[in-house]
Design a protein around this ligand. Structure first.
Ligand SMILES: NC(=O)c1ccc[n+]([C@@H]2O[C@H](COP(=O)([O-])OP(=O)(O)OC[C@H]3O[C@@H](n4cnc5c(N)ncnc54)[C@H](OP(=O)(O)O)[C@@H]3O)[C@@H](O)[C@H]2O)c1
Length: 285
């Protein structure tokens, strides 16, 4: 059974019609979710009307009306907008829906606090926090998910189906781990883009033309990732297999080690995770 079968009969409302909403909607429709069950909301017509014409989904400027009907409410606005958007939705949304946030740095507790009403305290609000990444736009995303304690198993399955429509979706056991997911896959594409840039620049400096350097670098990255994903060998073994004693790769790896590449990555990822934690605290205020 395709995972999207789990959301086939659900009403899904997207609050926000930007890049991330567009990526997920594209994935859901491609996987057979009925466009009529998807409603996308945004204040201005441009983005939401484009999504409606491209995918046949319903669109409107009325967040509250869409949220009142929704079984799954996807919050896809910028983090800075989230508090205001949640406060407006609080009294209007279907209280039995699962709320799925794709916003960086907003905790489940903040979302639940902003969505709480006298009739439904924060601890009873089912919130799933996700950390997607930009390759979601081509269906190759890598997303971490964390569920608050009020989320039922069927709602977890639905959240999983939504994010799996645009790539890999992996659950973490504690919300703090979302900061680590941010350091690995959320920000990870940028690390690889930087490595591509460095390799292309170096190859050009050594005398290759930029186009050839770019083609070779990107194909090598793609091939290495595919090989690592499909091989029974782990990354260490794969690396050793390309590293003959006293050969060319060995010289390159020795240079990386001497220049403390591992420490460089560890420090960068720690800085990223620390900043995610700091943002979560700032945005909760
Ligand atoms: N972009 C990524 O690849 C990526 C990756 C990881 C996480 N995220 C997270 O995804 C979220 C959305 O990012 P994005 O890149 O999709 O942003 P975006 O392209 O700027 O889209 C934001 C959307 O929110 C809409 N919006 C603003 N105020 C609203 C309101 N009051 N009610 C309803 N909709 C409202 C905007 O409406 P208009 O169309 O009228 O302008 C726009 O459609 C962010 O929280 C971000 O942290 C994004």
């Amino acid at each position: 059974m395709s995972e999207t079968n789990l959301v086939n009969d659900a009403k899904i409302a997207f609050i926000g019609a930007g890049n991330m909403a567009a990526a997920i909607i594209a994935g859901l429709v491609k996987q057979g979710v009925a466009p009529a069950n998807i409603e996308v909301c945004a204040p201005s017509e441009g983005n939401r009307a484009r999504l409606a014409s491209e995918y046949g989904v319903v669109h409107s400027a009325d967040n509250n009306a869409a949220a009142a009907k929704a079984d799954i409410l996807v919050l896809a606005v910028k983090p800075q907008m989230m508090r205001e958007v949640c406060a407006q939705l609080a009294e209007h949304r279907n209280p039995n829906c699962v709320v799925l946030s794709v916003a960086a740095g907003i905790t489940c507790q903040s979302l639940a606090n902003w969505l709480a009403t006298p009739a439904q305290p924060a601890e009873n609000i089912a919130v799933v926090r996700t950390m997607p990444n930009t390759p979601s736009h081509i269906g190759l995303g890598a997303c971490g998910l964390f569920a608050s304690s009020a989320v039922a198993q069927t709602q977890k399955d639905q959240a999983q189906a939504i994010m799996a429509a645009v790539g890999l979706a992996v659950w973490v056991n504690s919300e703090d781990e979302i900061n680590i997911v941010t350091a690995v896959s959320g920000s990870g594409p940028a690390y690889f883009f930087l490595v591509f840039e460095a390799m292309i620049d170096a190859a050009e400096k050594m005398g290759l033309d930029r186009q050839t350097a770019t083609q070779l670098t990107l194909q090598t990255a793609l091939g290495a990732a595919k090989l690592a994903q499909t091989s029974e060998d782990d990354a260490v073994t794969l690396r050793k297999k390309v590293t003959s004693p006293n050969g060319t790769t060995e010289r390159a790896i020795a240079s990386f080690e001497q220049n403390k590449l591992r420490d460089t990555f560890a420090a960068a990822m720690q800085a990223c995770s620390d900043r995610a934690q700091q943002l979560a605290t700032e945005l909760a205020k």
